[in-house]
Design a protein around this ligand. Structure first.
Ligand code: TA6
Length: 299
């Protein structure tokens, strides 16, 4: 659908409209008394979330590609149906194909509480079946109000069970990542991706970022809080349907190897990802559905 068609079918006067951005991508602009958010239909990718009179909660890299066929760096990329490199075929895109597909608009609505709702969907097609031979339907509901709420359902519309890994790979903005701390993961065992996924059990102190951190915290449904004295704010991340929480910051050396990240931009974000990965992958039976949700608030 063109931006003109999207606007005539789904725009909501004063609250939701579509614009064309760099790379020919359609962007939904959600705007109300509580917040402003931008969502790219390419990837169903939330790019910004600015609660009223606050800085953006999300970080987008200045070097992000806005090019179909490439993922965007920052915001909330969706990883699905695998996480990280594909298990057997390195030619397939890392983190799956969801972030590389054009999603369709299914519905828009303005809620009584003043929040704005956008529902996007992705179903299997020739391209997805060439990479992953399953029939599915994903719906992503995004509600921007005082909080940013996202609910992502994956339905198995085929006749055989499939297994999925998934993540909302959220890049949270910070002025200085070395000053933040993350509460909620105390005592949780993580697989350390900087140490060939060796299991390590977190201590009693909050997590700090003082080196490359690439950890998949397993079997945890806990709400986490990122306290950021450099921005005088705390971000709360609550979730359902997710058993893993991934924490990632590439730090100096790895940042230099990432083409679409400026050398110093690692200081400006931490990824805290609502996920189901490794042993927390989910099997979805034919006709069944799995849902994962996320609620981001600022305190
Ligand atoms: O979630 C952490 C991670 O899997 C890291 O290993 C790192 O590669 C990151 O995601 C970013 O992946 P991307 O494919 O977006 O460059």
């Amino acid at each position: 659908m063109t931006v003109k068609e999207l606007n005539s079918k789904y725009a909501i006067e004063g609250c939701l409209s579509f614009v064309e951005s760099k790379g020919g991508m359609a962007i939904a602009m959600l705007s109300n008394d509580h917040s402003f958010a931008q969502v790219s239909l390419y990837g169903a990718h939330v790019l910004t979330f600015e609660p009223a009179e606050q800085d953006d909660v999300l970080m987008m890299s200045n070097k992000s590609y806005f090019e179909k066929g490439k993922p965007m760096r920052g915001g909330i990329p969706l990883c699905f149906p695998w996480f990280g490199p594909h298990a057997t075929d390195k030619a397939l895109p890392p983190h799956g194909f969801a972030r590389l597909m054009d999603w369709n608009v299914k519905a828009t609505a303005q809620q009584p509480d003043g929040a704005t709702c956008l529902v996007l969907s992705l179903t299997d097609n020739e391209q997805t079946r060439a990479m992953w031979p399953h029939a599915f339907e994903c719906d992503l509901t995004i509600v921007a109000g005082k909080t940013l709420d996202m609910s992502w359902s994956v339905k198995n519309t085929g006749s055989e069970a499939f297994e999925i890994a998934s993540a909302m790979h959220t890049y949270f903005a910070t002025n200085d990542v070395t000053q933040i701390n993350i509460k909620g993961l105390e005592g949780v065992t993580y697989l350390d991706a900087t140490q060939q996924l060796a299991p390590v059990t977190e201590g009693t102190a909050p997590v700090v970022i003082d080196r490359e951190v690439n950890r998949c915290y397993m079997d945890t449904t806990a709400t986490c809080e990122i306290t950021d004295p450099s921005m005088d704010r705390t971000i709360r991340v609550a979730k359902t349907g997710s058993q893993s929480t991934v924490v990632w910051n590439p730090w100096k050396e790895v940042a230099k190897t990432i083409a679409d990240l400026e050398d110093n931009e690692y200081q400006g974000f931490v990824c805290l990802e609502t996920a189901n990965v490794h042993r927390n992958k989910v099997t979805v039976a034919p006709g069944a559905e799995h849902a994962m949700s996320l609620s981001i608030s600022t305190l």
